[in-house]
Write a protein that binds this ligand. Structure first.
Ligand SMILES: Cc1cc2nc3c(=O)[nH]c(=O)nc-3n(C[C@H](O)[C@H](O)[C@H](O)COP(=O)(O)OP(=O)(O)OC[C@H]3O[C@@H](n4cnc5c(N)ncnc54)[C@H](O)[C@@H]3O)c2cc1C
Length: 377
């Protein structure tokens, strides 16, 4: 380990999602001058909700943001509940309480709300947030990185962070291996009013597909459904609510109550379930990948955002500890790889169990995944 580095660095973060913003905040907190380049023309966000599990809250706590998330989301009871297709409870487990007594165990939150909180904090910390912008080329020498941005600017940075998601362009620019793999499943999500009994995560084992519900505020929850489909059908937005209801047809009891609440196609989103892992270094010289660009577990594990936020906090720790950027990135990569690999592998196994109809076993494996994530990275 080298001497503590005190010089403030210039950092370009490519991608303004969960991982990019968390990383920008963590680096700005240590005094770095940080700029975020987000490809989208604005800060609109797709997707209804996220479950922030214990490890996500531990990292958000390090950034001083857990209480803001708790105030705007729904702190669950911390019990995971698995039911059969009639709604009868078959198994439960207590999710590890990472923050301890009197603090939230898990928080369900609308994705746009989390991103608003992260963006507000980044701005307050002096991060320069730019939209409609990406990086076209990166060239490195021993003293820094020259980035040509898509608006024609040529800029020098001490460090570049690729936080541009599962289809990372920065990963391609680095020539790193790792590409999204389709699991054979589509995930459906519908925003619904929160029934009183939805105080924690429930999953339902259908005969063909798995479904579930997560509370995201006092008034709202989202229903999710994992459809097994080797060749995904194409549907128009107008068809989505009806099709999701059809896929949940074999569920009764409480799940039928949820199904009845899915009426507006505009409240339904659907996307491919994919995973990705760079099973090696996540950095080349002074450029490093974080979040889904390096490791994307399937959503059944509800841990991708937790890993992405953790990346930002740990990258800042390693930059504090190491004398050079290259040393810090080397330490970061080797500290993170095993955890990323473990979580992606568990999530792939869970996806395979879903496809094989072994949903109760998948629920048990989920418990193991949460236990692994609860351990301090
Ligand atoms: C359906 C679903 C449900 C999920 N539920 C959960 C959950 O409950 N809990 C949990 O912890 N995780 C969950 N995840 C995983 C979680 O959403 C991701 O792991 C997390 O968002 C990863 O953050 P990221 O910043 O790495 O990537 P992203 O959130 O994908 O952000 C990447 C950002 O980079 C931008 N970008 C893309 N390309 C470029 C480019 N070339 N230049 C500049 N910017 C670019 C994108 O527009 C985006 O803003 C879920 C995932 C899915 C698909």
């Amino acid at each position: 380990m080298g001497a503590k580095q005190t010089r403030h660095r210039s950092v370009l973060v490519v991608g303004g999602g969960v991982g990019g913003l968390a990383t920008a905040i963590a680096l700005a907190r240590r005094g770095d001058e940080v700029e975020v380049a987000e490809l989208k023309p604005d800060w609109s966000v797709a997707g209804w909700g996220l479950l922030l599990t214990g490890p996500a809250l531990r990292s958000l706590d390090a950034l001083g943001l857990t209480d803001a998330c708790a105030a705007e989301g729904y702190a669950t009871s911390g019990e995971a509940v698995n039911c059969d297709s009639s709604g009868e409870v078959k198994a439960t487990f207590k999710v590890p309480s990472v923050l301890g007594e009197g603090r939230p165990v898990e928080i369900g939150l609308a994705r746009p709300v989390l991103l608003n909180i992260l963006r507000g904090e980044a701005e307050a910390r002096g991060v320069r947030l730019r939209t409609g912008l990406t990086v076209d080329t990166l060239a490195q020498d021993p003293h820094g990185v020259t980035a040509c941005l898509s608006n024609g600017e040529e800029r020098r940075f001490d460090l570049v962070v690729g936080a541009d998601g599962i289809r990372s362009a920065v990963r391609d620019l680095l020539g790193q291996s790792g590409k999204p793999e389709y699991t054979g499943q589509m995930v459906w999500r519908a925003l619904v009013p929160r029934p009183d009994w939805v105080t924690t995560v429930h999953t339902f084992n259908g005969s063909q597909h798995g479904a579930g519900v997560i509370p995201i505020s006092d008034t709202r929850a989202y229903v999710f459904l994992t459809e097994n489909t080797p060749e995904p059908m194409v549907y128009s937005q107008d068809e989505l609510a009806d099709r999701m209801v059809e896929l949940m047809a074999d569920l009764s009891g409480r799940a039928a109550e949820l199904r009845a609440a899915i009426t507006d196609p505009e409240d339904v989103v659907r996307r491919r379930v994919e995973t990705c892992l760079i099973d090696g270094d996540w950095h080349v010289g002074r450029v490093v990948l974080v979040g889904d660009a390096a490791h994307a577990p399937s959503p059944q594990m509800t841990s991708g955002a937790a890993l992405a936020i953790e990346d930002g906090v740990i990258l800042a720790e390693e930059l504090d500890r190491n004398a050079t950027v290259e040393d810090a990135l080397r330490a970061f990569s080797s500290r993170r790889l095993e955890r990323g690999r473990h979580l992606v592998n568990i999530s792939v196994e869970i996806a395979e169990m879903y496809i094989a109809g072994r949903l109760l076993e998948a629920f048990q494996l989920l418990r193991d995944g949460h236990a692994a994530m609860a351990r301090r990275p």
